[in-house]
Design a protein around this ligand. Structure first.
Ligand code: ZN
Length: 488
């Protein structure tokens, strides 16, 4: 058996693709259900229930609440080697509720969270791809194990470092992570950056700010002095480092000296080591700020992720499946919607993507991060981008929510699911490609052993986003899709 077999000739893949074509309506319903759930990270209760339930009904054994994540799951089918894992995220973003197909900012529920990147489509692709691959495994007697991981709270970079730390990827041979884009694309080498997410909570003493401010020790001073310290340090950061923050607690009202204040920082670098150095330096600055303001500081590392890397063998495998499946066939109306939105968003007007591009050499590393990073240093992995959003539109903006509950997302989800199912099948029927991936992976990471950057006793932040979700859930429920996706 050769490694780069002709991907066009495969009864197993024909079978999986026919399953996806037959279930286009169920896939669209699943996609839209997750879109209207619009759940923030760590609060994806409806989403995880629906996704894991579909896997369970189809014969997977499901473990819920993995690694301390109430909305995480691992579904397993089959036995023995190879063990192929697919994993993705399904969380939304705050204050990005956007009506599907409307090319101006129009909230479904004012102020509510919503999908504005397309993690709802990620969820639909993973489930449809998993079901198609499982059916093909059963029908064609394919040996091996398929594991499907639901990974909560990607937007806060939270879950996969914990899931990897708990050993869930120890027996995995190859991993594939589907993610929405506006075209097919896969890369190898370093793709994204390392990131450490930490909150710094300063504790002081309150006092009447007008009458006796000298009696207070101002926690907000600690936050502000830390901010000044990091700003001063920026001059000495390496060119690849960056740091961003939001003040999550700045006190309550001006006539009370705040006894508690908090700032949430993201520290980025191209390497895990660099992100750690930046975090260590910022922690010293925080201690200095506490000393100056006579407060104390408590540091909570919510997450720490390695830079996402792509394995060349798995990337080439996925690329062959892109070429086999081909671009979704967009209608005139879909292209028109894309052009209208691009014009409104003042970006290049060029409609929807038309072709599958060739993979050209190693990827160029982006400053963005994804919590799948740790997986990609543990096992050979590909981040598999599929076309289900509109080109040139920036994520985390209302405009990136417009296509996610329309036929653009539905067609993209079907195309993505086919590539995912076929990639899993290729790993199961072609042991040589699995062996080669392991070989190239060992060479790629040589000299950089993986070690979790999480503090050893760190626990997942389970209450993250709970108040925001509680505030909007009732109003959002009115818009939930009533129909349940049924696969046949
Ligand atoms: Zn994403």
């Amino acid at each position: 058996m050769t490694i780069s077999r002709d991907a066009s000739n495969s009864p197993e893949k024909d079978f999986a693709e026919a399953f996806i074509d037959r279930n286009e309506h169920a896939i669209s319903t699943l996609n839209d259900s997750i879109f209207y759930f619009g759940e923030l990270g760590m609060q994806e209760f409806e989403t995880a229930k629906l996704m894991s339930g579909l896997l369970e009904e189809d014969g997977f054994s499901v473990e819920r609440g993995i690694a301390g994540f109430p909305t995480g799951f691992c579904a397993t089918y089959g036995s023995g080697e190879p063990v192929i894992a697919i994993h993705t995220e399904y969380d939304s973003n705050p204050d990005n509720s956007q009506r599907a197909g409307v090319t101006e900012q129009a909230s479904i529920v004012e102020g509510a969270p919503g999908h504005c990147e397309g993690h709802n489509v990620n969820g639909a692709v993973m489930i449809a791809g998993a079901l198609a691959a499982r059916r093909a495994m059963e029908k064609h007697g394919l040996k091996g194990t398929l594991k499907v991981f639901g990974a909560p709270a990607e937007e806060q970079l939270v879950s996969r470092p914990y899931i990897v730390r708990e050993g869930y990827f120890d027996d995995v041979d190859i991993a594939i992570a589907p993610h929405i884009a506006s075209e097919f694309g896969v890369g190898y080498g370093l793709i994204q950056s390392a990131l450490i997410s930490a909150t710094f909570t300063f504790h002081g003493e309150s006092a009447h700010a007008g009458v006796a401010p000298w009696k207070g020790r101002d926690a907000l001073d600690g936050v502000v002095l830390m901010d000044a310290g990091v700003a001063q340090y920026r001059e000495h950061m390496t060119k690849t480092m960056s740091a961003q923050r939001v003040i999550t607690n700045g006190g309550d009202q001006p006539n009370v000296v705040p006894r508690k204040a908090a700032v949430w920082w993201y520290f980025r670098d191209t390497t895990a080591d660099g992100a750690m150095k930046l975090f260590d330096r910022a922690s010293k600055i925080a201690q200095g700020a506490a000393l100056m303001s006579d407060t104390t500081v408590e540091i909570d590392v919510m997450s720490a992720v390695w830079p996402v890397r792509g394995n060349q063998t798995v990337a080439e495998l996925v690329q062959r499946e892109y070429e086999r499946v081909g671009q979704p066939q967009w209608s005139e109306e879909e292209d028109q919607l894309a052009r209208e939105l691009q014009a409104k968003a003042k970006v290049k007007v060029e409609g929807l993507s038309r072709e599958v591009h060739r993979m050209k050499g190693p990827a160029s590393q982006k400053p963005s991060a994804n919590d799948a990073g740790d997986v990609s240093w543990k096992v050979p992995m590909a981040k598999m981008y599929f076309p289900a959003n509109i080109p040139n539109i920036n994520f985390h903006h209302w405009a990136a929510g417009v296509a996610l509950g329309t036929s653009i997302a539905h067609k993209g989800a079907c195309a993505g699911a086919k590539v995912l199912a076929n990639s899993v099948i290729e790993c199961l029927v072609n042991p040589a490609v699995v062996a080669q991936a392991k070989e190239t992976f060992a060479k790629e990471i040589a000299g950089t052993p993986f070690k979790s950057m999480l503090p050893p006793d760190q626990k997942p932040p389970v209450t993250l986003n709970a108040p925001t979700m509680a505030k909007y859930r009732d109003a959002m429920r009115e818009h939930y899709v009533k129909e349940k996706p049924v696969f046949s």
